[in-house]
Design a protein around this ligand. Structure first.
Ligand SMILES: Nc1ncnc2c1ncn2[C@@H]1O[C@H](COP(=O)(O)OP(=O)(O)OP(=O)(O)O)[C@@H](O)[C@H]1O
Ligand SMILES: [Mg+2]
Length: 339
């Protein structure tokens, strides 16, 4: 999977801008120069979303009515593709793949991408949804059909919420019973990805953060049917679902020696280790997502920066990074664009 070039019109601060990428690419520039916007536009092009806002219309240039993005890339099967996307101020979006409208599901199966930003430190200590999201995205990349499973689960939650609000207990029991196989499937997939990530973590930690103990685990339940029945009364009282994979805990245990208190740089490093471990596990399945790294290695000293850059340069994936600080750019293979 590789992005060759992108042309953007009315995206964030840019009127018109185009850029070609290499296999390992660094975008340098001062604060506000538009570095994150460039990788955000790539992300938007291949996913139809933004990694920094859920209010997609925010990416439309403030004095414009709509934006346009055109991206040439090689998809996961090695085919050259062109994605064009439009978005207006009301959030109406149109994505075309090789000139034909494409659904999000089709996109998921043709393009694979991963992002690391400093916000990913929240995977370790932020709200539980950040950890669930981390696992779910890793499963998506492995298997696009997991997207359908999650969508079906959210559809079940929506119907269940409606029935709870109407006080229709019979409908809730019926919906719960029908959802049990799906609940088990989502939990099994999350557990499976945790064990695969843990296998890769042990190798990655040895190279990057010796002495660190890092382990990812997700909630499991032998008998979800029983739990759903137990929660029913409370759910009827509250009017919304109180149990299921959308609320499951995902634990990330980390420790160095006796200490569980990490410095900013150490937390940053852990978040990078998690993403790299995910990349390694996908590589074992022959899947090489484009890897975007925003504000690359921002909280690290020069030695750690160099070490991570060495690691990134050895990946088989295309890597597109941004930075506003000096980075060691002594690699022939690393192409640099400066604002
Ligand atoms: N919708 C928009 N319309 C116009 N300008 C915008 C819009 N959204 C963001 N901007 C501006 O775009 C500029 C570039 O933002 P961006 O976050 O891409 O910069 P950056 O180079 O990544 O900065 P930093 O080094 O701080 O991360 C900012 O000055 C911001 O105010
Ligand atoms: Mg930025």
């Amino acid at each position: 999977m590789k992005i060759f070039d992108i042309y953007i019109k009315n995206f964030r601060k840019f009127d018109c801008f185009d850029i070609s990428f290499d296999d390992k690419f660094l975008i340098k520039g001062c604060t506000g120069s538009g570095k994150t916007s460039i990788i955000e536009s790539c992300y938007f092009s291949i996913s139809g979303k933004s990694f920094r806002t859920s209010h997609l219309k925010d990416v439309v240039k403030s004095d414009s009515e709509n934006l346009y993005v055109k991206c040439n890339m090689e998809d996961i099967s090695g085919f050259k593709r062109e994605i064009t996307s439009g978005l207006d101020r009301s959030g109406n979006k149109k994505i075309m793949l090789d000139g034909a409208p494409v659904s999000r599901k089709e996109l998921i199966n043709s393009v694979k991408y991963m992002v690391h930003t400093p916000d990913d430190m929240d995977i370790i200590e932020g709200v539980p949804s950040k950890r669930r999201d981390f696992l779910d995205k890793a499963v998506f990349i492995e298997d696009g059909s997991y997207y359908d499973d999650l969508m079906n689960y959210f559809r079940y939650l929506k119907h269940k919420s409606l029935s709870l609000k109407k006080g229709n207990g019979k409908a809730v029991i019926y919906l719960n019973e029908a959802a049990i196989p799906l609940i088990n499937k989502i939990r099994d997939r999350r557990m499976d990805i945790c064990s695969k990530i843990n296998c890769e973590i042990s190798e990655t930690v040895k190279k990057i953060f010796p002495g660190l103990i890092l382990d990812v685990s997700s909630y499991t339940d032998e008998n979800p049917g029983e739990k759903l029945n137990m929660k029913l009364e409370k759910e009827m009282e509250k009017g919304y679902p109180l149990y299921g994979p959308h609320l499951d805990t995902v634990n990330i245990k980390y420790q160095v020696g006796e200490s569980k208190n990490m410095s900013m740089g150490e937390k940053y490093l852990i978040s990078v280790i998690l993403k790299l471990s995910e990349l390694y596990l996908h590589a074992k399945a022959g899947i090489y997502p484009v890897f975007f790294i925003d504000d690359a290695f921002v909280f690290l000293d020069d030695e750690k920066k160099q070490m991570l850059l060495d690691t990134v340069m050895n990946l088989k994936n295309q890597v597109i990074m941004t930075t506003s600080v000096n980075m060691p750019d002594t690699y022939d293979k690393l192409k640099v664009f400066s604002f």
